[in-house]
Design a protein around this ligand. Structure first.
Ligand SMILES: Nc1ncnc2c1ncn2[C@@H]1O[C@H](COP(=O)(O)OP(=O)(O)O)[C@@H](O)[C@H]1O
Ligand SMILES: [Mg+2]
Length: 225
């Protein structure tokens, strides 16, 4: 389902050189599989997920989602492919503050191939226990509830792949535990593959397949002028 080959990304530094942050020779995730990557802060996890989602352009290499090659596409088509195939759970949720819970889920669907489907949005929000909060705004919710909106939104377009970036980073241990169980279950029910990155051992403990990001990601050390 997801096939990453020789993926590389470097960033400019303030002194005018560049530093490589991601160099992943090969990574594979089967359809419907669930995998967690364990990595320290600053190790390039978010950059890796952004490259997979096409939120960032790679320097080189290939990200294939089934038959479609994210890294071959210009930005506008990357956006379309992401909307069709990927659900992204951001660490800080990235909910639209001026829109209600239901609207947050519907707006995400508007960009997808099937368009807004209010019945499906309500069903997902019910699934994450928020059917009594449809007309609330994000700031009127607890952090755990905001996270659940983010989970519902990520699943709204029936993505083949869900990417979760430290989804428990802003939750206390109990809510983190609940959120993780919920994310895994909802992905399984919806047939979505799940790739999670985290440094939180409690979150990683939910997964049978946990890989060390440092073993996978081997950025070059040379700094080019
Ligand atoms: N847009 C950017 N410009 C310059 N450096 C960046 C940018 N994004 C990330 N980096 C650098 O890349 C490294 C990895 O960042 P990140 O992928 O956010 O790591 P993680 O998610 O594992 O904490 C950090 O050293 C960070 O400073
Ligand atoms: Mg990060």
């Amino acid at each position: 389902m997801l096939e990453v080959t020789d993926l590389r990304k470097s960033f400019p530094t303030p002194d005018g050189s560049r530093v490589e942050v991601v160099r992943v020779a090969a990574f594979h995730l089967a359809a419907g599989a669930q995998c967690a990557l364990r990595g320290e802060s600053g190790s390039g996890k978010t950059t890796f997920l952004h490259l997979i989602a096409g939120l960032l352009a790679a320097d080189r290499g290939r990200v294939a989602l089934g038959a479609e090659i994210m890294t071959d596409l210009p930005e506008s088509r990357r956006d379309r492919l992401r909307a069709a195939k990927i659900g992204y759970i951001f660490q800080t949720f990235n909910l639209l503050q001026g829109h209600t819970v239901l609207e947050n889920v519907l707006l995400g669907m508007g960009f997808g191939p099937r368009g807004a489907d209010a019945a499906h949005a309500r069903e997902l929000l019910d699934r994450v226990g928020l059917s009594h909060r449809l007309r609330h705004f994000p700031r009127q919710l607890s952090t755990g509830q905001q996270q659940r909106v983010a989970v519902a939104r990520a699943l709204a377009n029936r993505p083949a792949l869900v990417l979760a970036d430290e989804p428990t980073g802003n939750l206390d241990p109990r809510h983190g535990h609940e959120a993780l169980g919920l994310i895994r279950e909802v992905c399984r029910e919806n047939g979505a593959a799940l790739l999670l990155v985290s440094h939180d051992e409690q979150a990683l403990g939910h997964f049978e397949d946990v890989q060390d990001f440092a073993a996978l990601n081997r950025p070059g050390t040379e700094v080019r002028p």
